[in-house]
Design a protein around this ligand. Structure first.
Ligand SMILES: [Zn+2]
Length: 368
């Protein structure tokens, strides 16, 4: 017996609808009367025009500050000093994963509540209690583990529906792996993302994430290619932003993300998005598990529907070098990585063999 608890961790509130940017005052007023808004450059004018007047009308002071492209310690310090100077008592982040991570970090260092408006649905960043800090040169620096998840995550469908399709697809790739990884982690009573035991709720949310994708992804693509919000898109966004983040955090990761981490050593794939690499990691995991053919075909059907790269060559790999991919397998099996959440012990040789077979499988299905 062990007394390590099973956990469910989540943002305190998650909301999804159209037109929520203009209602920022409604969410901010629960937490404070002076908002410091960290904002991606592309949406700054929209925030000024649509959110700031409502805040002013509600008697809430606000300062909108442009996020400077990278979530570094220096940028977090700069934003934090400005928030203090403006006497802010609530932090708002509007943007992609890096600006939201900066907002979470500023809020943490200054013990303030944080409200996040994701503008793309490409990763789990908005809902988790984690910020990824980078060095000035863009290399990974460290994970900042936060004691709390964000206070509120607000998904404005008008903003998210008009984001580029390839970010939407990457989010689907990341969310597609959530159920299979949580299932593996639960089966072996592994370790989830808050370094506790996976809960049945985490596994259940991960399963719902997969079900929503399977039922809605084709219709959601119809919406996102036309940049219009629809109910199907709303369900997929709920899966990619909320269920994927919370399902992974409470349910745990396994081979798919471990392979993604290993793939960081492949030079040809540096530009490839997180969710695209996770997709290949998932195919590798399904090969390792010898998953039923129907399951494999469900997954591949979704990958093809959203136009995610299926093979390594689709991702931009020019040449498959055995030594490089042996290294990928080795890193994926590092002791502190999530390969340890697979129900059966997996060696670097097993992972290498599965990746080779997964890429051949991907080529075979590509032409079908
Ligand atoms: Zn991920």
């Amino acid at each position: 017996m062990t007394n390590i608890p099973r956990t469910v961790t989540s943002p305190k509130k998650f909301m999804i609808a159209t037109g929520l940017l203009g209602l920022m005052h409604d969410f901010v007023k629960d937490f404070g009367d002076n908002a410091f808004i960290i904002c991606d450059e592309f949406i700054l004018n929209k925030v000024d025009k649509e959110a700031v007047p409502g805040l002013a009308e509600a008697g809430i002071n606000s300062t909108v500050e442009k996020f400077n492209y990278e979530c570094t310690q220096a940028e977090i310090d700069r934003l934090g000093e400005l928030a203090v100077k403006n006497k802010a008592n609530v932090i708002v982040g509007v943007g992609g994963g890096k600006s939201l991570d900066s907002a979470k970090a500023v809020a943490y260092y200054h013990k303030l509540p944080v409200i996040l408006y994701p503008t793309i649905a490409s990763t789990d960043a908005p809902c988790t209690a984690l910020a990824v800090i980078y060095k000035e040169n863009g290399e990974f620096d460290r994970y900042l583990f936060l004691p709390q998840n964000p206070d509120a995550v607000i998904a404005d469908m008008d903003i998210l529906a008009s984001a580029p399709v390839k970010f939407f697809a990457a989010g689907v790739g990341d969310a597609l792996a959530t159920y299979f990884e949580a299932r593996a982690c639960y089966a072996c009573n592994g370790v989830n993302l808050v370094l506790k035991k996976p809960s049945r709720t985490g596994l259940g949310l991960a399963k719902l994430c997969f079900d929503l994708l399977r039922e809605n992804v084709a219709q959601a693509m119809d919406a996102v290619t036309n940049k219009v919000p629809t109910p199907a898109l709303e369900q997929v966004i709920e899966a990619t932003i909320y269920l994927s983040g919370v399902g992974a955090e409470s349910g745990g990761l396994a081979a798919a993300h471990a392979v993604n981490n290993g793939m960081s050593v492949v030079g040809d794939l540096h530009h490839v998005q997180h969710g695209e690499k996770v997709t290949f990691g998932l195919l590798t995991q399904l090969v390792l598990e010898n998953a039923p053919k129907s399951e494999l075909e469900d997954v591949i059907g979704i990958i093809k529907t959203v136009g995610l790269p299926l093979t390594l060559e689709d991702m931009g790999l020019k040449e498959f070098k055995e030594s490089e991919w042996r290294k990928v397998a080795e890193i994926a099996c590092a002791e502190d990585d999530t390969m340890g959440n697979m129900p059966r012990a997996v060696t670097a040789d097993d992972v290498y063999n599965a990746m080779v077979a997964a890429n051949t499988l991907a080529h075979r299905y590509k032409s079908l």
